[in-house]
Design a protein around this ligand. Structure first.
Ligand code: FES
Length: 472
């Protein structure tokens, strides 16, 4: 076992630096990426950190019903959230029911494009479709008394229409929910005065200029209920500070303390973790060949000479070249245009409130965290793997959602890499204890790192901006 450098000294010995200025010793992400054989795009060559304060974040915001209800109203009722992928509803008549907290939205593909409606009948309120999921219909018929709407939302028929002379069809079109499309995702917003999705997404469209997420398909879709507040769950994935303690097996082949953190406008933050180097916490420097070997998952014997590090080469170059070839063959898509960084690094964007998006090629996930019903201490965590669409352009059909039981391991999911399953088990395994610890604590809030946990602070500050509208 590679010993760790005693970097975890008691804080306070960085005299002379302003808060937020201290960084992990050793090469930065930018130092490492600068040396890549196949250069990274501009979006990955910039840093955008700023110090956002150092006050504790109160635990009550993760446990209080009153705070949660303000979030339901001011966040979930007023922000852009991705409801489904366009490939969930490829044909006219296909629909997807998206639910969050008490809200339920029916997203429908019509002749005029994708529309979304409040999933509630205009007769006596019954949900037009009972629960989250996909389906297809040429009309939207209420299961209670049979009132029916066309896909475009216009009223089609009312049984015993003679009894409803006061129902004027033009006043009984289904109320619409705002829809926005980006990168193959269908976003909805329940606020009719919402700003356009494009401006809400801040730097995302610019950064994703060379990462066309509409040219990805869903290979795997996993869902698990977590026994914690939705923010507790999501914040576990906004920092890499926990890797040292929670995922020690990852230290030999990846960065952790030297991960780069960026904060942009209100709705977007990022972390950028480089692969093909060791954690700065490890005492022994691995050779480039040892680094490659530590990154490889699965049977080493099948890769032959493809993973031999040549004279003057780095582990990053060799691994990127190998994955560019093998993943390209596996997904029948040319990956030649991707830089080394885009192939092997872990690049993670957060879009407020609940989308976590990885544009990289070997770790191409999307996470989504939602409150479950109206319980502030339960949430739904979904993981989707978005792989490159084959060069033929044919979009494979979305898979069924694989549900993992609350006390079950991610190892039960067919097709999920066991190494990643273990990482997700480790990540989610902390959350029940943390949620319970919030309530067991004498201390009133969590103390965040100025740099490594800045995205959590940024996120919570934006939560405040939204919920404080409820108390004005
Ligand atoms: Fe929908 Fe009556 S509640 S038709």
């Amino acid at each position: 076992m590679n010993d760790r450098i005693p970097m975890s000294v008691i804080p306070g010995d960085y005299a002379g630096l302003q808060p937020g200025e201290a960084r992990c010793p050793g090469p930065s992400v930018q130092d490492i990426v600068e040396r890549d054989a196949k250069p990274a795009p501009q979006a990955l060559r910039e840093t955008n950190y700023r110090f956002l304060g150092e006050e504790d974040i109160e635990y009550s915001r993760y446990t209080s019903r009153e705070f949660f209800e303000r979030e339901l109203q001011e966040i979930w009722g007023k922000t852009w959230q991705w409801a489904c992928r366009e490939e969930h509803i490829p044909q006219v008549g296909d629909y997807y029911v998206y639910e969050v907290g008490p809200y339920s939205v029916l997203v429908v593909r019509t002749d005029e494009g994708i529309k979304a409606y409040y999933n509630s009948c205009l007769h006596r309120g019954t949900k037009l479709r009972p629960e989250e999921g996909i389906g297809s219909a040429q009309e939207l018929r209420c299961p209670y008394h049979g009132w029916t709407w066309n896909l475009d939302g216009s009223l089609k028929s009312v049984p015993s229409a003679w009894d409803f002379p006061h129902v004027k069809p033009e006043a009984y079109t289904l109320p619409e929910v705002k829809v926005g499309l980006w990168g193959g995702f269908v976003f909805i917003n329940l606020d009719e005065n919402a700003e356009p999705l494009e401006s809400y997404l801040d730097v995302l469209p610019e950064h994703f200029g060379s990462w066309d997420m509409s040219k990805r398909y869903i290979e795997l879709h996993i869902a698990k209920v977590l026994p914690c507040n939705w923010k507790t769950g999501m914040e576990a994935f906004l920092e890499s500070y926990h890797v040292l303690e929670t995922h020690p097996q990852l230290l030999p082949g990846t960065s952790d303390a030297n991960v780069q953190y960026d904060v942009y406008g209100d709705h977007v933050t990022r972390f950028y973790a480089v692969g093909g180097i060791s954690s700065p916490h490890l005492e022994k420097r691995l050779t480039e060949q040892e680094l490659v070997d530590s990154m490889l998952v699965g049977d080493r014997s099948v890769v032959g000479d493809d993973l031999k590090v040549g004279e003057g080469e780095t582990a990053r170059t060799v691994m990127a070249r190998y994955l560019r070839k093998t993943l390209g063959e596996k997904y029948r898509a040319s990956l030649e245009h991707f830089s080394d960084a885009e192939i092997i690094d872990t690049i993670e964007y957060h879009v407020f409130p609940n989308m976590v998006l990885f544009p990289g090629v070997s770790l191409p996930m999307v996470y989504r965290f939602r409150p479950l019903g109206t319980d502030p201490e339960r949430c739904l965590f979904e993981i989707l793997f978005l792989r490159p669409v084959p060069d033929s352009g044919k979009h494979p059909e979305p898979p069924e959602v694989a549900f993992v039981g609350e006390d079950e391991s991610y190892g039960v999911v067919p097709g999920l890499d066991p190494v990643l399953a273990n990482v997700y088990d480790q990540d989610t395994g902390n959350l029940r204890s943390q949620q319970l610890g919030f309530k067991a604590s004498k201390k009133r809030g969590q103390t965040l790192g100025n740099y490594q946990e800045v995205r959590i602070r940024h996120f919570e500050q934006v939560v405040d901006q939204y919920v404080q509208r409820a108390v004005r």
